[in-house]
Design a protein. Structure first.
Length: 155
């Protein structure tokens, strides 16, 4: 088993994120509120997401992506498609992230990725979708309605 880089664990709770996004629900789901933090590491990015107010539906799994657009206005109409600078098929877009698993409307997710750098995503949007990503359908995984959004800002 490959040894895990200790620096990943040092960041949680100890360092200032390099960028963050405050995610808020839209008209249909105004109770959603969360923060997504992005920590620059030597060879990638550590992503930490905490969200509350998610709808209590079955399944309680929500699509979670970085979109190329830079605005959450008009109920997220301006978020564009998934961040995909290398023109890859889904689910290999740089902005394809693991799904959020909710328990009683709350979700917590920590993961590492080398698909993007923090500087590449500042000004883009984090989007939560009502349905889980199926990781198959083209072009974007059939995650359905955009229910929450936040613009990624440098810390």
């Amino acid at each position: 088993m490959k040894r895990v880089d200790k620096s990943i664990f040092e960041y949680i709770g100890k360092a200032m994120p390099s960028a963050y996004s405050v995610v808020r629900g839209g008209t249909a789901f105004p109770k959603i509120l969360g923060v997504v933090e992005f920590y620059s590491l030597k060879k990638g990015v550590l992503v930490v997401a905490e969200v509350e107010g998610l709808p209590s539906k079955e399944p309680q799994i929500f699509g979670f992506h970085i979109h190329e657009g830079g605005s959450c206005k008009d109920d997220f109409a301006l978020t564009g498609g998934h961040f995909n600078p290398n023109n890859q098929p889904h689910p290999s877009h740089a902005g394809d992230m693991p799904p959020l698993f909710s328990s009683e409307g709350e979700a917590f997710l920590v993961f590492y990725t080398d698909r993007f750098s923090v500087s590449e995503i500042v000004g883009k949007t984090v989007v939560i979708h009502l349905q889980p990503d199926d990781f198959t359908s083209q072009p974007a995984g059939n995650s359905g309605q955009k229910i929450a959004c936040g613009v990624i800002e440098r810390s």
